[in-house]
Design a protein around this ligand. Structure first.
Ligand code: ADP
Length: 777
């Protein structure tokens, strides 16, 4: 029987084809068959083998009746039918595939065409049970196969005239053969792709190759809808003539699927990239597979430097810092929260949400939230880790916590301060009131009187100290206190302090020592006397207060360009945890204990405030029970010898030999004090109660040789009175006296040319000494 086609043309079909004899001997399998199922001709040449490899689907009801031999037998009895079955085929590599096969019986041969429907069981079976009639037996071999073929099959001669088209052409496109026969060739192909297809096919015809040509193009169906097709063009022999066979498969769905996969991938990667947190995809070895834009920007590294890097080596946990090798080698790595979260998610699939972690990054130590999620695929697992930077939030939180703590502490301290100050004021006031009453008793002995007066004095200076401290602090906090740099005879200043404090410890088991490193001339420095005195007073007050026995040493040493002052005691000492706190206002260590020592918690704050104003540093070194050493260091600014102004040159000579002194003072009690204090000095006193009166008296009484001028007075203040007097008595010595121990008053008094300055409460000794200086120059 003449062969209509060359059987090897089956090799170009996209489906697996097997041709076998009635007795079930295999005659031929095409290349696709081997490709799809792995078997060579020899592997499956016998019927037994076919019964084993083609088996029924599990859910098939005819499970028991199915066998390859039976199927062939069935078809042999129903001649000319195309028989379509679905079953499973066990591949050579034992893989099981879902297949659909069409069987046609022609003469003594079966032609079987297999479709792999494992991934898509949509393979067309339109031709099931369709009867082919009036066909030449031999034609059936090819045409029955082609007719029952789900893909479009077209055969052209070399001049590209259409010779044959299978029914799938009409089924799939809706076009009839007549529609295309009289139209330009390949008219069903989309105009945009047509020229290229024609060109490729003609090139293929004229080439020597027998390998099929694969093309992708669009087809326009009857309704002008676009279908994407994949075409296999092969040279075959048809009716003994060389022809071109085009097998065209509709791939619109997979194309659409592909497009939607691409689209969905794009969407996912846009979401991934635009996430405001760092997102990292990790494999089972915790290596970085993918990292989003935020992640790259926060790590400040390009992807190629991070790809496949271990998560731990990129994000080094703060507790792994002690290991230079990075994550996993540090002492505390086993407890690492990052590692635990990742491992747990991998092993149990449990996601972790907002694990707080601290990492060392290029921007320093930062705090993050780590969340982990398992992504499970068929054959692998990945982890999606997201890292949210909460450093700022954390800082604000800490700041807030700190502020709240501070506010609570400050509230507590204020309450304690009010209680303390009330106590500090009431105690000396009680003393003053009580003893001043007792003094009124006529029957007092001289000794008792002395004791009462001493107690009155002590209580008054205690009270004055409290008032001074409060005033000093409030001035420091409300005014911008200026610093007046003047010549300070440091050794003299310390000597004076020594005298004062030596008197205070006279009844205590304490010795007071003074260390001065420089001689008197070199000890003259530029500084602010008031502030320096205030600092020392506060430190010495504490030293005396907190030392029961032993010694108190104070003084200074020169350290390079700095002068370091110190006040050391052998008192109760201070634990290290309080070394900073005690400089905060109102702060007192262990209130119960400290109450035994009194105080308001302001002394060190005032000392520190003044050291700050002088541009220095203050600190303490101490331990509980072993005394304390307070230090403050300032720039050493010595006055060079030639610049030193010797006070011996002052004051200006008195122009009167009469020791008449005018006391300008509006407070009666203060004037009485002056009278009392100057009783032993041979002077007469005149009293003026306001500025104007002072000026008048000076004008009238030329024999006045000294004016003690209060600054704050009614009608005219002391400064204005001074200026008025100086106009007509330029050489009359005028000494300012004020209750405001502020540097600005002193500065103003100096600028105006006051001859000297007395701070209230005026100490008797100081006053007498000064008066003597003026009246007995
Ligand atoms: P105050 O002495 O009025 O309580 P300060 O501000 O001068 O206030 O001192 C604060 C606290 O520091 C004191 O209450 C005390 O607990 C501690 N302190 C200061 N100086 C000494 C010292 N020399 N020895 C021991 N403790 C001291």
């Amino acid at each position: 029987m003449p062969q209509l086609i060359d059987i090897s043309a089956f090799d170009y079909l996209p489906s697996a084809v097997a041709v076998m004899k009635k007795e079930s001997n295999l005659i031929f399998i095409n290349k696709k068959f081997t490709e799809l199922f792995g078997y060579n001709f020899d592997d499956i040449s016998s019927i037994d083998k076919w019964n084993k490899i083609v088996v029924s689907m599990e859910d098939d009801n005819d499970n028991h009746s199915f066998s390859w031999s039976n199927t062939l037998l069935k078809l042999e009895n129903s001649l000319n039918e195309i028989h379509i079955e679905k079953s499973l085929l066990i591949c050579k590599d034992k893989q099981i595939k879902n297949i659909e096969f069409s069987l046609s019986y022609s003469g003594d041969k079966f032609i079987v065409c297999f479709q792999d429907i494992t991934s898509s069981s949509q393979t067309s079976s339109q031709l099931k049970n369709k009867v082919l009639k009036d066909k030449d037996d031999t034609q059936l071999k090819y045409e029955s196969l082609i007719l029952g073929f789900p893909d479009i099959v077209l055969v052209y001669d070399y001049d590209e005239h259409l010779l044959f088209a299978n029914p799938s052409f009409t089924t799939q496109t809706g076009l009839l053969l007549e529609d295309i026969k009289h139209k330009p060739k390949y008219s069903f192909i989309h105009p945009d792709d047509r020229a290229l297809v024609i060109e490729k096919i003609s090139d293929y015809i004229s080439s020597d190759t027998n390998n099929p040509l694969t093309l992708e193009y669009r087809i326009l169906d009857k309704k002008s809808q676009v279908q994407w097709h994949n075409g296999i063009v092969a040279k075959i022999s048809f009716h003994d003539s060389p022809t071109i066979q085009l097998i065209s498969r509709d791939i619109s769905k997979s194309k659409r699927d592909q497009e939607s996969i691409i689209e969905s991938e794009k969407r996912m990667s846009a979401i991934f990239d635009s996430a405001p947190v760092s997102m990292i995809l990790l494999n089972y070895k915790r290596e970085i597979l993918q990292i989003n834009k935020k992640g790259l920007s926060s790590l400040k590294k390009p992807y190629k430097e991070l790809n496949q890097r271990a998560f731990g080596s990129v994000y080094s946990c703060i507790s792994a810092l002690d290991s230079p090798q990075g994550c996993g080698f540090g002492k505390s790595c086993n407890k690492c929260q990052i590692r635990q979260a990742l491992e747990d998610t991998f092993l149990t699939g449990k996601p972790h949400y907002k694990v707080e972690i601290t990492l060392k990054t290029l921007d320093g130590i930062q705090v993050f939230f780590l969340s982990t999620n398992l992504l499970q695929y068929t054959n692998r697992k990945e982890i999606l880790a997201s890292i949210d930077d909460i450093t700022q939030q954390k800082q604000i939180e800490n700041q807030l916590k700190y502020t709240i703590d501070q506010a609570t502490e400050s509230e507590r301290l204020k309450t304690a301060f009010l209680q303390n100050i009330s106590h500090e004021i009431r105690t000396p006031l009680n003393g003053i009131l009580g003893f001043s009453n007792l003094l009124g008793n006529d029957n007092l002995t001289e000794e008792e009187k002395c004791f009462y007066i001493e107690t009155l004095n002590e209580s008054s200076s205690q009270l004055l100290n409290v008032v001074d401290n409060v005033l000093n602090l409030s001035r420091m906090e409300t005014e911008k206190l200026p610093v007046y740099k003047e010549e300070v005879k440091l050794n003299n200043l310390l000597n004076e302090l020594y005298d004062i404090y030596n008197e205070q410890i006279i009844n205590k088991d304490i010795s007071l020592l003074l260390n001065k490193e420089l001689d008197n001339i070199s000890s003259i420095i530029y500084s602010d006397t008031n502030k320096l005195t205030l600092i020392f007073e506060n430190l010495l007050n504490n030293a005396v207060k907190f030392t029961k026995s032993g010694k108190i040493t104070f003084g200074y040493t020169i350290k390079a360009d700095k002068i370091e002052f110190f006040v050391e005691d052998t008192g109760i000492g201070i634990e290290k945890i309080y070394w900073i706190k005690i400089f905060e206002r109102f702060y007192q260590i262990d209130h119960n204990l400290t109450r035994a020592f009194g105080g308001t918690g302001l002394g060190l704050t005032i000392a520190k405030g003044n050291v700050d104003l002088l541009g220095g540093k203050i600190w303490v070194n101490s331990s509980l029970g072993n005394g304390s050493s307070f230090y403050f260091s300032l720039q050493y600014n010595p006055v060079i010898e030639s610049d030193i102004t010797y006070s011996e040159k002052e004051p200006a000579p008195l122009d009167s030999i009469l020791p008449l002194i005018l006391v300008a003072e509006d407070e009666e009690i203060n004037y009485l004090f002056m009278e009392e204090a100057l009783k032993e000095v041979k002077v007469s006193l005149l009293h003026a109660k306001n500025g104007r009166e002072t000026v008048e008296i000076c004008r009238e009484r030329e024999n006045i040789c000294l004016v003690l001028m209060d600054i704050k007075m009614p009608l005219m203040n002391g400064f204005d009175a001074f200026s008025a007097i100086k106009k007509f008595r330029p050489n009359l010595p005028i000494v300012a006296q004020t209750a405001y121990a502020s540097s600005s008053d002193k500065q103003k008094a100096d600028e105006l040319g006051f001859n000297n300055y007395l701070v209230k409460p005026i100490r008797k000794n100081l006053l007498v000494e000064m008066i003597n200086n003026y009246i007995n120059p």
